[in-house]
Design a protein around this ligand. Structure first.
Ligand code: NAD
Length: 289
């Protein structure tokens, strides 16, 4: 049976945005030392502060011991230089959804880390095969796709590229299980499983909006209350971030040779161009300030 990484293994998370901070929390809760790095000054510290804020609510409600809180937050180490993560056994990148930027980071990580270090990508849609193609050892790259918010969502897609070593995917699967997640294996098809199935949900909702069927709040309420969806499409894309969701749609659209089934929405493009990225910027379809 494949062994999961033990808690003596340091984990590094690169990118301390919505996903990276959540993933750092998950790994720290499981007992690992976690390095958190972001190229934006202060972002890693802000990521850890965000985790502390979330956990503090549970302390206040009596659902988490103060001692456990201190231990979890104390295990997250914001680092300003990428070189500080060199002794990690698993590095999970959660940076911007862009093939070339991710490739550059992965190449730097390959130089920095030792040969046993597993490199994982939290990409929502970019081919793991393509991300690994320029690495010297693409067999150690695997997709580890968490869902938003990472501490609450159980599913993790463990995505194998063409060159991914099965043993590496097995270790990541076993580790995710130890972290309390429900991992599934997927191959590197555009959008993998969930983001592929979810594309028509977003696309048709955006088309309905463009056709003037109803406003976002009405459409969200109908899908939540009558359709039994946990969240409507507009509140959900505000949570995901329109920059991320739009990049994922473009990635799937282009991977399928511009199949119009996956056509990106002009409404979402406008939101991205206006900087209305959703919750993280204070405004998307809704206002948060
Ligand atoms: P985000 O915009 O909240 O955070 C990205 C962070 O990465 C930013 O803080 C940015 O400063 C940092 N960054 C960018 N380039 C960097 C680099 N070269 N080195 C170090 N840091 C860098 O984005 P997010 O929503 O956390 O998404 C991150 C990744 O996770 C993307 O690949 C996205 O597709 C994927 N993902 C997102 C969601 C979601 O719902 N938002 C869900 C699953 C997966």
């Amino acid at each position: 049976m494949t062994q999961a990484l033990d808690t003596q293994t340091a984990i590094a998370v690169i990118g301390a945005g919505a996903m990276g901070s959540g993933i750092a929390q998950v790994a720290a809760q499981a007992g690992h030392k976690v390095y958190l790095h972001d190229q934006r000054e202060g972002a890693a510290e802000a990521g850890r502060a965000g985790v502390a804020k979330q956990l503090q609510r549970r302390v206040d409600k009596g659902k988490l011991e103060q001692q456990t809180f201190d231990a979890i937050v104390g295990r997250i180490h914001p680092v300003s230089a990428l070189s500080e993560i060199a002794d990690s056994g698993l590095v999970i990148e959660a940076i911007v959804e862009d093939l070339e930027i991710k490739r550059t980071l992965l190449a730097d990580l390959e130089e920095l880390c030792n040969e046993e270090t597993i490199l994982a990508t939290n990409t929502s849609s970019i081919s793991v095969t393509a991300l690994g193609a320029k690495l010297r050892h693409p067999e150690r790259l695997v997709g580890m796709h968490f869902f938003n918010p990472a501490p609450l969502m159980a599913l993790v897609e463990v995505v194998k590229g063409l060159a991914t070593d099965n043993a590496v995917a097995e270790i990541v699967h076993a580790t995710a299980t130890n972290w309390g997640k429900k991992p599934v294996f997927a191959t590197s098809t555009p959008g993998f499983i969930v983001n592929r199935v979810a594309r028509p949900f977003y696309a048709e909702s955006l088309r309905l909006l463009q056709e003037g069927a109803a406003d976002p709040a009405t459409l969200d309420a109908i899908l939540r209350e009558a359709g039994n969806f946990r969240m409507g499409p507009f509140e959900l894309t505000d949570l995901i971030g329109h920059d991320v969701n739009y990049a994922v749609t473009n990635s799937v659209f282009n991977s399928y040779y511009q199949d119009t089934r996956f056509l990106p929405s002009l409404i979402q493009k406008e939101l991205v161009e206006a900087g209305r990225l959703g919750r993280k910027s204070g405004q998307g379809f809704y206002r948060y300030t």
